[in-house]
Design a protein around this ligand. Sequence first.
Ligand SMILES: Nc1ncnc2c1ncn2[C@@H]1O[C@H](COP(=O)(O)OP(=O)(O)OP(=O)(O)O)[C@@H](O)[C@H]1O
Length: 271
Amino acid sequence: MSNCNSCPSKNSCKSQATCNIENNPNNKIKKIIAVMSGKGGVGKSTVTSLLAKQLNKMGYKVGILDSDITGPSIPRLMGLENERAISPNGVDIYPVETKDKIKTMSVNFMVDKENQPIVWKGPLVGKTVKQFYKDVMWGELDYLLIDMPPGTGDVALTVMQSIPISGIVMVSVPQDMISMIVAKAVNMAKMLNVNVIGVVENMSYIQCPDCDKKIKLFEGEETNKFLDEMNLKLLGELPMTKEIVNITHNGVEEISNELSETLNNIIDQIK
Ligand SMILES: Nc1ncnc2c1ncn2[C@@H]1O[C@H](COP(=O)(O)OP(=O)(O)OP(=O)(O)O)[C@@H](O)[C@H]1O
């Protein structure tokens, strides 16, 4: 039965008539944003982690739901690979928190060893993702970011149909930006009436450590044309840098002014 009063998207939702998600009355989540990409390896989980860390620094209460059941990367990127979630009554699941209090939930918090594969059929995967929304004790959150698996498969469908997301941030790399892969993901969201907030171009450029010059391997003209045609907003461009690897893989907490500024600009547009 739908419970629109407690739904974070009640003011922007277009599917009141058909929605059947039960919202957990213990949770008060103001905004849910899914981070998606047309294909794998473009930095979707990296962007999710960076946005979560930056939102948290700005004082917002943040959670990350890792809906990538077969290839979860959030525990590692948040430095939580040795943690496990607990469920004292076997129903409510408590998320794992980083030391700066970002709440996270991932299937890897529920397996004995992080390299244990999840060999489940689609319906069970979808059920787990719904459970991660409904049965996890997120408590009060300003933002819940959902790290989606790559592509337009079962999980993307479950998230878009069953979780009241307010919008999608699409992540792409320059060489794919104008491809049908991104277009497919954007069109899927449109078909399901889900708002695409815009695109983050990841690994957009590299920067010379000596002269600071930004070097782009792909020029932007075609990209701008594609964005215009698809009616998409470019939210920001992230460089391919060691700094990002250090933040997401090596536990470095300091974010440079330049990266902070880029992330703040993206956040201003998704707030
Ligand atoms: N801007 C960046 N600068 C440097 N390295 C990056 C950047 N973005 C991502 N990477 C690296 O690229 C690899 C893939 O990134 P990530 O796991 O975030 O991609 P993904 O799209 O979530 O992949 P998956 O298909 O597994 O979901 C990781 O090793 C990550 O550290």
